[in-house]
Design a protein around this ligand. Structure first.
Ligand code: PMP
Length: 288
C-alpha cells in the first residue's frame, strides 16, 4: 500500500510523521472520509469543499489548491490500483513545538490513505440496526462548530464507547438541550407520514454529504423534508428511522433504546432511499 505523504508516495511502513505534529499533540487538523465506487470518486468536489471550509474555519492555510489536492487523491487511487475504496484525506497543522501556538507550525502535513472498503455486513441493511441514546452529550455548537470536521473526535469516541458497552451499533448523541444531534459517525433521520425529518446543523449535526444526497433524493421523489429540532420521543414513535454516512451509506434502524421502530423491519421509504443512493453512487463521480 502506497500512502501519499507531503508530496511523495511512500510504502505504508515508511509513512510516518513527527511526534511534534500538532495533529497528534492537539488533534489540530481536519479530515475527510471519501468513497470511490467502480472507478469513480463519489462527490469529490463536495468533500474537498467541506475540507477547505473546515481548514478555513481553523485558520489552516492548505498551501495547495483544490485542483492540486483533487489530482493527488486520484493519483493515490491509481498508484494503489483501487477502483472501489475508502479514502481518508487528512491535513494536520504540521510540526511545531510543544506549545499550542499554531503559528509555530509553518507547514501542514497532508496525508492520503486509500484502502479497500470494509463494507458493513449486508444484514445491517436487510435487518436494520439497534442503536441507543448515550449519556455523552454532543459538543455544544457554540463551543465548537459541528461543521468543522476536525481530528478531535474524543466527544464522539466517548459516545462510541457507551454504544459498544450497550452492545448496539451506534450511539444517538443529544445536544446540551436534550435535542437529537447526530450519531458518532453518521447523521440521523426519521420518517413520519411519508415525510423526512433530520436535525439542523444548529442542533450539533455535521453537514453530511450523504445527508445532503438523501435530502435531495427525497425532495426529487416529492417527499417533504424538514430540518428541525426533535427529541428521542420522535424516534421512538417514528414510522422509520435511518442513518446516513459515507461509510454506512443509508442504513435502517429498527430499534432505539430497546424500543422497536415501526414493525421492527426496515421500512419501505428507507428501502427506496437505500436503492436510490446505490443507483446514484453507481453513476456519479469523478473518473479515476
Ligand atoms: N456525523 C459525523 C460526526 C461524522 O463523522 C460523519 C462521517 N464523516 C457524518 C456525520 C456523516 O457525514 P458524511 O455523509 O459526509 O460522511
Amino acid at each position: 500500500m502506497q500512502i501519499y505523504l507531503n508530496g511523495k508516495f511512500v510504502p505504508k511502513e515508511k509513512a510516518v510523521i513527527s511526534v511534534f505534529d500538532h495533529g497528534l499533540l492537539y488533534g489540530d487538523g481536519v479530515f475527510e472520509g471519501i468513497r470511490a465506487y467502480n472507478g469513480r470518486v463519489f462527490k469529490l468536489e463536495e468533500h474537498l469543499d467541506r475540507l477547505y471550509r473546515s481548514a478555513r474555519a481553523i485558520v489552516l492555510d492548505m498551501k495547495m489548491s483544490k485542483n492540486e489536492l483533487q489530482e493527488v487523491v486520484l493519483q493515490t487511487l491509481r498508484v494503489n490500483n483501487l477502483k472501489d475504496a475508502y479514502i481518508r484525506l487528512i491535513v494536520t497543522r504540521g510540526e511545531g513545538d510543544l506549545g499550542l501556538d499554531p503559528l509555530k507550525c509553518p507547514k501542514p502535513s497532508v496525508i492520503i490513505i486509500a484502502d479497500k472498503i470494509a463494507l458493513y455486513p449486508e444484514t445491517c441493511y436487510s435487518k436494520g440496526l439497534a442503536i441507543s441514546t448515550v449519556c455523552t452529550r454532543r459538543n455544544s455548537p457554540q463551543a465548537m462548530s459541528p461543521n468543522i470536521k476536525s481530528l478531535n473526535y474524543l466527544n464522539n469516541i466517548l459516545a462510541k464507547i457507551e454504544a459498544i458497552q450497550a452492545k448496539v451499533s451506534e450511539a444517538i448523541m443529544l445536544n446540551l438541550e436534550g435535542y437529537v444531534a447526530e450519531c458518532t459517525g453518521d447523521n440521523v433521520f426519521y420518517i413520519r407520514d411519508g415525510g423526512l425529518v433530520t436535525p439542523p446543523h444548529a442542533a450539533g449535526a455535521l453537514d453530511g454529504i450523504t445527508r445532503r444526497c438523501v435530502i435531495e433524493m427525497a425532495k426529487a421523489q416529492g417527499r417533504r423534508v424538514e430540518e428541525k429540532l426533535f427529541t428521542p420521543f420522535d424516534l421512538f414513535t417514528a414510522d422509520e428511522v435511518f442513518l446516513t454516512g459515507t461509510a454506512a451509506e443509508v442504513v435502517p434502524v429498527v430499534c432505539v433504546d430497546t424500543r422497536t421502530i415501526g414493525d421492527g423491519r426496515p421500512g419501505p421509504i428507507t428501502k427506496e432511499l437505500i436503492q436510490s443512493f446505490r443507483d446514484l453512487t453507481a453513476r456519479e463521480g469523478v473518473l479515476i
